[in-house]
Each structure stands twice: as structure tokens, then as C-alpha cells.
Design a protein around this ligand. Structure first.
Ligand code: 13P
Length: 266
């Protein structure tokens, strides 16, 4: 167990108590940029270079597959590379798919899985997400598994049940505290400019934390990210909320100045 004096930054008594009780993740925050299907090769290179070498947070950028090579070269050592999806197979006749070992070879250390855009536009099920995650873990990748409810599900009050069911089915038995990150992304907050309220975020992150505690050893070390219209001007308060261990950023990760402000806020 760490003692007060072991922490580099000043620790408030309430934080010390949370650390002692294992309620607070003491790792750096993880700020992940999901570039989705945006930009061209020149944009990808310029954006990766413009981010420099941030050290106050763990930073990961997830460009489109075909830009991974150029970003791997252009980014600094201090920024990790991630992909936006992977196949549930390692190789073979699967036209258009990219496997986890291929991503590892390209220099990826993270892969986003089960993003709501994949779940809705490609009809991906949680069972498939778990299959993909198994392959990713076997290849040595850290999986960022996304969960989140639709607006109708929230209005009906079933958001906790929806998210815990997604978690139960999407996390494979190969997951552990080192290779798993969860991203809570309420579908209605993605790309809409609508952000969940701080209470919504706190409540859902507590539900996810509790779920992880019941299922996995050393679960307090698993980072839970919030995603959905995280911007330069709201990042600070979101990142300060309990059980928010980082952010998965879409639109604002495409602008170096905005993404750097979010990283600074961590
Ligand atoms: P926005 O930040 O554009 O809302 O996207 C969030 C997201 O989907 C990240 O994966």
C-alpha cells in the first residue's frame, strides 16, 4: 500500500482516505482520442506531431487503420497508439477485417471495442465484442470496451440494467486489471453536444465500478473513462468526478489545441 508521502502531488485528506479504502484509482488519467473516420494522411501526421509529448496523463490516439503507420512514426514516445476495432479472428479469409496481431505489429497498444457506432451500424453484439477482446488480449493489447444506453433506455429508467448487461456479456474471462479499460459513452451524448450531467456520470461510473469489483481481482486499478461530447470547456469538471479515470474523446480529439486542453485538465 502506498503511503501519503509516496505521492508526488499534494494529496487532500479526503483523497487519501479514498486511496486507503481502494475507492480511488491512483494511476494517471487516460485520455484517448477516437479519430473515427476523419482526415487524410497529411492531417493525421500533422495532428500526431502537434500533440508533442504530454506527461501529466496517459494519452492514446486511435486513427483510422490506414493512418496507423504514419501516426506511429509521427507521434512522440509519450503517446500510445490505438485502433478503433479489430477482428474476432487472427487471420484467414475475412475480407476487409484487420486482426489484433496485425495491430500489435503496427505499434498499437490499445484497441477500442464495442463502440456504439459499431454496435448500431454494424450490428455488433456484446458476445462478438467479447470474442474480439479475447483476441486482443492474446495479442497483448489493452481493450477499451465501450458501453452505454440509448436515450429511450435512459428515459425508461433502465440504463443501469442495459450497461451492466453489456458489461457482463462484453468482458471476456481473459480480462484483468492490466488489459481492461471501460468507456461509458451514453449514446445520446455522442457527437450531439449533449453531455451527461455530472450526477448521471457519477451514478453510472459507480455502477460500473461496483460491477467490476464483483467480477475482477484488483478492480480498483481498472480505468473507467467517460465519453460523449467531452470538450475543452467541460473536461475539467468531468475528469474531477469520482470514478472518472479519463476520457474517450471524439470530435475534440481532432483539434490539437482542444485535445491538449483536455489532456491538461487531467
Ligand atoms: P464525441 O466526443 O464527438 O461526442 O464522441 C465521443 C465518442 O464517441 C468517442 O468514442
Amino acid at each position: 500500500m502506498k503511503l501519503w508521502g509516496d505521492y508526488k502531488h499534494p494529496v487532500l485528506p479526503c483523497q487519501a482516505l479514498m486511496m486507503y479504502e481502494g475507492l480511488m484509482n491512483t494511476q494517471k488519467k487516460l485520455i484517448a482520442g477516437n479519430w473515427k473516420m476523419n482526415g487524410n494522411l497529411a492531417d493525421a501526421k500533422a495532428l500526431a506531431e502537434a500533440l508533442g509529448n504530454p506527461s501529466n496523463a496517459d494519452v492514446c490516439i486511435c486513427p483510422p487503420y490506414v493512418h496507423l503507420g504514419v501516426v506511429a512514426t509521427a507521434k512522440s514516445q509519450g503517446i500510445a497508439l490505438g485502433a478503433q476495432d479489430c477482428s474476432l479472428k487472427d487471420n484467414g479469409a475475412f475480407t476487409g477485417d484487420i486482426s489484433a496481431p496485425m495491430l500489435k505489429e503496427m505499434g498499437c497498444s490499445y484497441v477500442i471495442l464495442g463502440h456504439s457506432e459499431r454496435r448500431s451500424y454494424h450490428a455488433e453484439s456484446s458476445t462478438q465484442v467479447a470474442e474480439k477482446a479475447k483476441k486482443a488480449h492474446a495479442a497483448g493489447l489493452v481493450t477499451i470496451i465501450c458501453v452505454g444506453e440509448t436515450e429511450e433506455e435512459r428515459v425508461s429508467g433502465i440504463q443501469n440494467q442495459v450497461v451492466t448487461t453489456q458489461l457482463a456479456k462484453s468482458i471476456p474471462d481473459t480480462a484483468n486489471a492490466q488489459n481492461l479499460v471501460i468507456a461509458y459513452e451514453p449514446v445520446w451524448a455522442i457527437g450531439t453536444g449533449k453531455t451527461a450531467t455530472l450526477d448521471d456520470i457519477k451514478d453510472m461510473h459507480a455502477v460500473i465500478r461496483e460491477f467490476l469489483k464483483e467480477k475482477l481481482d484488483n478492480s480498483s486499478a481498472i480505468r473507467i473513462l467517460y465519453g460523449g461530447s467531452v470538450k475543452a470547456d467541460n473536461a475539467k469538471e468531468i475528469l474531477a468526478a469520482p470514478n472518472v479515470d479519463g476520457a474517450l474523446v471524439g470530435g475534440a480529439s481532432l483539434k490539437a489545441d482542444q485535445f491538449l486542453t483536455i489532456i491538461d485538465a487531467a
